[in-house]
Design a protein around this ligand. Structure first.
Ligand SMILES: [Zn+2]
Length: 427
């Protein structure tokens, strides 16, 4: 047998007046399919049976008084009817006896608030704020009485509120890890905060014109992807703002074509939470410098952002560059240029045009394939298949020796990039 549960419970009641919930919670891990108030009431009944058998003894009567003080109705009646003792019920030492009576009222307020604010969600989680002094007294009782089977009052309240919400919101799902909304209830003041989690949407973007940027608005750019999404899409979702996280970025004067660049958009505080199917219409952009792919749309979680950024250098990218030569080249030179850059490793130090705190950072990236099309004398089109993160302009110019080898070096002359496009980002 385990240490005597009944004598442990009686010991607790001798020291503290505890309501059914707070007594039962000390034994929360015992039994199955029981709530703590049922545990507490059962224990009080069993103690009463024990004591009643030897009620003639003086010390036994004082224990029944303790039971009655904790609100145990049969003990109260017994003392009044048989012994003529009227006992006044004491407040629960831990919770004050009121907290658990508020649960129904709080749950109703939560449901009202959800409807009032018109928040769409599928999954939710509930948390409670419990006054510090309650938590301190709970700890004191658990420490003094022994707590190997106990659970915390927060856990009990969360579960009770969660259960009742489940009945009132039958089409919603209770989810601990990544809920759409987090409901925080202040048990004492009754204040309810509904925190709407961002909606993370994976897609790909194409940048149709030059002179626009991914995130930052500078003097020389017309608009940005982030601004375009904020201006056009946020209102469709009732979101406060949108933040874009892409897998790498291209220069302002470089277009992003083909299937587009992978992207996660976090929509902050969205009132609407459409399905992936509905999202295709929501994220459609028309007559904007950017397009969002509607075939790649996926609802993801925030971990996808890190994954996307980590993958940026693993992606293979295909660029097209229009370059101007300073001297003529022969077909023979072009063929050997293509051969030279077949699976060639490139060492690059941070380009001079990029102003950073650590100016000389080394990176090594691969060029997998180079195709050269001679458009006319001194004008070439280059198709470069390379590793993500390669500075393609510097691959062409050599950047005064900071990138090596370069196309300028290989041809033994100055080569100038005129126009650059990303044709594809391969997963
Ligand atoms: Zn209590």
């Amino acid at each position: 047998m385990e240490p005597d549960i009944v004598s442990r419970a009686l010991e607790a009641l001798r020291r503290y007046s505890l309501c059914d919930h707070c007594l039962g919670r000390l034994f929360a891990r015992l039994g199955y399919g029981l709530e703590n108030d049922e545990r507490g009431r059962s224990l009080k009944n069993v103690i009463f049976l024990h004591l009643h058998g030897r009620a003639s003894q003086e010390d036994t009567l004082s224990d029944i008084v303790k039971l009655a003080e904790s609100g145990h109705e049969p003990s109260l009646r017994y003392l009044r009817d048989v012994h003529g003792i009227n006992v006044e019920v004491k407040k629960c030492y831990i919770c004050g006896g009121e907290l658990f009576n508020n649960v129904d009222y709080l749950v109703k307020n939560i449901v009202d608030k959800i409807h009032e604010e018109g928040i769409e969600f599928k999954t939710y989680h509930v948390g409670t704020r419990v006054p510090k002094d309650v938590l301190m007294r709970e700890l004191e009782v658990a420490t003094n009485v022994g707590s190997e089977w106990a659970e915390s009052i927060k856990r009990e309240l969360n579960r009770l509120i969660g259960k009742k919400l489940k009945d009132l919101l039958p089409d919603k799902i209770f989810e601990r890890l990544n809920p759409d909304v987090e409901i925080i209830v202040d048990i004492c003041t009754g204040k309810i905060d509904i925190e709407v989690k961002p909606l993370y949407v994976y897609t790909r973007y194409r940048k149709i014109i030059r002179g626009v940027s991914q995130v930052q608005l500078r003097l020389n750019v017309i608009t940005s992807l982030q601004k375009t999404i904020n201006d056009n899409i946020c209102s469709r979702l009732g979101a406060r703002e949108a933040i874009v996280h892409a897998s790498g970025r291209e220069d302002t004067d470089v277009r992003m074509l083909g299937r587009g660049r992978p992207l996660v958009i976090s929509f902050i505080n969205p009132r609407r939470r459409p399905s992936e199917n509905e999202l295709r219409d929501v994220i459609r952009l028309e007559d904007e410098p950017f397009e969002l792919s509607i075939t790649d749309v996926k609802i993801v979680n925030r971990r996808m952002i890190e994954k996307l950024k980590g993958e940026a250098t693993r992606h293979v990218k295909i660029y097209r560059a229009l370059v101007l030569l300073s001297q003529d080249v022969t077909d023979e030179q072009i063929r050997s240029l293509e051969e030279y850059f077949h699976n060639r490793q490139i060492v690059q130090y941070t380009p001079r045009r990029i102003k950073r705190k650590s100016p000389k950072k080394r990176r090594v990236r691969m060029v997998y394939e180079l195709k050269v099309i001679k458009l006319c004398s001194r004008l070439l089109e280059l198709i470069v298949k390379c590793q993500g993160g390669l500075y393609v302009k510097e691959l062409i110019t050599g950047d005064e020796g900071r990138t090596s080898p370069s196309i300028s070096d290989a041809l033994g002359q100055d080569v100038r990039p005129l126009l650059l496009d990303v044709l594809d980002v391969l997963d």
